[in-house]
Design a protein around this ligand. Structure first.
Ligand SMILES: [Fe+2]
Ligand SMILES: [Fe+2]
Length: 369
């Protein structure tokens, strides 16, 4: 467990999954006369409880000092430790929307331990003991009806829940987003966010915050800071996600599906062993999700854009195919795409390039070089 202070008194640590980890945040408010308050943001999965305990020892002098447990929505990766905190921190309250409360109560948390945000509309909240202000910001349908974000005015950190979250595509150490994070952010939103309009409305509320946030702290992926805040919010507002990608007739997607099937046919004709290695990886249930809908050995649909599907296949090639065969596989893919008029992203074809390693294996041999 490694704690990083991402804003004044605002601490971050993350779980260890290589592809899709959870970020958990703890804010310590210090007021006059050293009175303090402690708030946890999305306390995480059961498997995070030991690390959360340790982090609270370090930041707050122990779990018993937690005052507020903000829960962006009720998903198990977000909220499983809410009951654990309520049981171990006698004065703590769970802060959530009414829509989340209806489901969170089923974890056995009594109603009197909830603070429902709608009671106060969207007005900033004030922590009486220290005078600090927080602003609850709705993120309706991103990805749940009652999803909420929380802005801490003191640190200018916006905790954004699943909005602005991402699959890990940035290699290396550190916790802050860079350009390589975008592929994972767009992939996450295409799969989990229901519609561009919902994302745009939530982003509209973020940009209306005054003063604007300096850091966006999502529940998965990289922490977004500096110029990337404005840049990634702008790109997210323009991204087709969820139902935007489900069109009754979508010639671009149809061409993409046809090209990917032609790719696998070409691979099978050239080398059964390479085909089997690739197909097994693509159809295996992996840690994140399966991107393709498959029926009778053919790809019939995909959950992401054609471009992201191609990025994914390039990463699968780097993971599942021996190094000396990778260019051969990518040539078959490039030909299949080109023949059907699908754009071939240059960064993931032939040579090492700087392709995002979306589905990186946790071991060193699984990584491309
Ligand atoms: Fe979620
Ligand atoms: Fe999540």
């Amino acid at each position: 467990m490694k704690l990083t202070e991402i804003g004044k008194g605002f601490y971050h640590f993350k779980s260890a999954e290589p592809v899709l980890h959870r970020n958990i945040y703890i804010k310590r408010f210090v007021g006059p006369d050293d009175l303090s308050g402690v708030m946890v943001f999305d306390p995480g999965a059961k498997s995070d409880a030991a690390a959360l305990w340790e982090a609270l020892e370090e930041v707050a002098g122990g779990v018993a000092h937690v005052d507020l447990v903000f829960v962006s929505h009720q998903d198990p990766d977000v909220a499983s430790n809410a009951k654990f905190l309520v049981d171990n921190a006698p004065r703590s309250l769970v802060v959530a929307s009414v829509d989340s409360w209806r489901l969170l109560g089923m974890m056995g948390i009594p109603d009197r331990r909830f603070y429902l945000l709608e009671s106060w509309g969207e007005e900033p909240l004030e922590i009486k003991r220290t005078g600090h202000r927080l602003h609850p910001v709705p993120a309706h349908y991103c990805h749940f009806r009652g999803s909420m974000m929380m802005y801490d005015y003191e640190s200018r950190v916006l905790f954004s829940g699943d909005l602005c979250a991402g699959v890990n595509t940035r290699g290396g150490e550190g916790i802050y987003a860079d350009e390589a994070s975008w592929a994972g952010i767009s992939l996450f939103h295409q799969i989990y966010m229901p519609s561009k309009r919902a994302v745009q409305e939530a982003i509209g509320r973020i940009v209306a915050l005054e003063p604007p946030p300096e850091v966006i702290a999502p529940q998965h992926g990289d922490v977004i800071a500096g110029a990337f805040v404005e840049e990634f919010l702008g790109r997210l507002a323009r991204l087709d996600v969820g139902v935007d990608l489900v069109k009754l007739k979508d010639p671009e997607k149809e061409a993409g599906v046809a090209a990917l099937n032609a790719f696998f046919d070409g691979l099978k004709a050239g080398s059964m062993a390479l085909y089997e290695a690739m197909w097994e990886e693509v159809t295996r249930r992996n840690e994140f999700t399966t991107l393709f809908k498959i029926a009778r050995g053919r790809i019939v649909d995909m959950k992401v854009s054609v471009a992201n599907a191609v990025v994914y296949l390039c990463n699968v090639t780097d993971k599942a195919v021996p190094r000396e065969e990778r260019d051969r596989v990518k040539v078959v893919l490039a030909v299949a795409l080109e023949e059907r008029g699908v754009e071939v992203p240059s960064f993931c074809l032939l040579g090492t390039g700087t392709q995002p390693d979306i589905f990186a294996a946790p071991t060193a041999e699984g990584k491309s070089s």
